[in-house]
Write a protein that binds this ligand. Structure first.
Ligand SMILES: NC(=O)c1ccc[n+]([C@@H]2O[C@H](COP(=O)([O-])OP(=O)(O)OC[C@H]3O[C@@H](n4cnc5c(N)ncnc54)[C@H](OP(=O)(O)O)[C@@H]3O)[C@@H](O)[C@H]2O)c1
Length: 301
């Protein structure tokens, strides 16, 4: 975080106006309006909130009744979004300028997560990616990607979880990707980073569900945001048939969250395909370790 980083707090003019959430089969019906306000939800800290998926989470979570802490590097965009959301929803919105790829800056966000007991939801969304293969990729860019996509959500999760467990409640939404299970599709380090996010989320759920902590991994398919242009392949170059508008992706993911799903893949129409895949994976677990090699690897074979 730069030295001149400050917290920018939009005046709280809305405490007491809380939102009611009722999950239905229609994602649009799940985005509540201010007039339906009833419940205190606490504060959601969203990384990568200055654009794309993160900015939409900010909008939707405020409408669901969360106060917000918005984290990214672009302070102007964060401030503009905070002002709009605060005006629209009367929620308290705090802006925290931070480069999550830098250890010092990341540490300040970790401190915020450890010290602010109002935080009830962490959305690990900030991320970068690319489509380039290894031979056309710069390894320094790859390690920067690992810092943002892997190290940052890991450290932020470690910072927030002890408080959640102590209070017996809290939730973490981790933005993974379909390339987490299909790493051949884009750049391999990007796919690997998103596979990490998925595996980490599954482990977190295993360790923390009984302690009151809800965990969701969201695996978006191609989604229409700046992500593609920043990664070197503008979204207009993709087949429109595989690209989802970002608002529809986020609204669907929030339906999955409200249903308590561990893994949500908004673009996967065949729900059974994931269930079969996951059942097969879990079925392997008890067979993967043994005190002798499999027969196919022994000399006599
Ligand atoms: N779009 C897709 O097709 C797609 C598909 C699957 C998964 N995802 C995942 O969705 C997440 C959000 O991406 P998006 O599609 O919404 O892309 P985006 O519009 O480019 O948003 C990325 C966000 O991350 C922030 N960010 C980037 N580098 C950062 C850094 N060093 N420190 C702090 N914040 C940083 C950006 O803000 P600043 O520039 O202001 O820092 C921005 O708010 C990513 O994790 C991505 O991997 C996207």
């Amino acid at each position: 975080m730069s030295e001149n980083t400050t917290f920018y707090v939009i005046p709280d003019i809305g405490r007491g106006h809380k939102m009611l959430s009722i999950a239905t089969d229609n994602p649009k019906e799940n985005i509540m309006t201010q007039s339906q306000a009833t419940t205190q939800r606490g504060t959601a800290l969203i990384t990568g909130a200055s654009s794309g998926i993160g900015a939409l989470y900010a909008d939707r979570l405020a409408r669901l009744g969360y106060d917000l802490i918005l984290v990214a590097r672009n302070r102007e965009r964060l401030n503009a979004l905070a002002q709009r959301i605060s005006n629209d929803t009367r929620r308290t919105v705090e802006v925290l300028e931070a480069d999550l790829g830098q250890a010092q800056s990341l540490a300040l966000v970790e401190d915020k997560l450890r010290s602010d007991a109002s935080i009830t939801l962490l959305v690990n969304n900030a991320g970068i990616g690319t489509h380039t293969p290894l031979l056309q990729s710069n390894v320094d860019h790859m390690t920067d990607m690992i810092a943002l996509n892997v190290t940052a959500p890991t450290r932020l999760t470690y910072a927030v979880v002890p408080g959640f467990v102590a209070r017996g409640q809290g939730a973490i939404i981790n933005i993974s990707s379909i390339v987490g299970v299909a790493p051949e599709v884009l750049n391999g380090v990007y796919g690997g980073s998103k596979a990490f996010v998925l595996a980490f989320s599954q482990s977190l759920h295993h360790e923390l569900a009984a302690k009151g902590v809800q965990v969701q991994a969201v695996l978006p398919g191609a989604t229409a945001t700046d992500f593609w242009a920043i990664g070197g392949l503008p979204v207009e170059h993709l087949d429109p048939a595989i690209v989802m508008p970002a608002d529809q992706m986020v609204d669907a993911a929030l339906v999955g969250f409200q249903r308590g799903e561990l893994v949500t893949i908004p673009s996967l129409h065949e729900e059974d395909a994931w269930t079969r895949f996951e059942t097969a994976r879990q079925g392997l677990a008890s067979k993967l370790s043994a005190n002798v090699p499999a027969a196919r690897y022994t000399a006599a074979h």
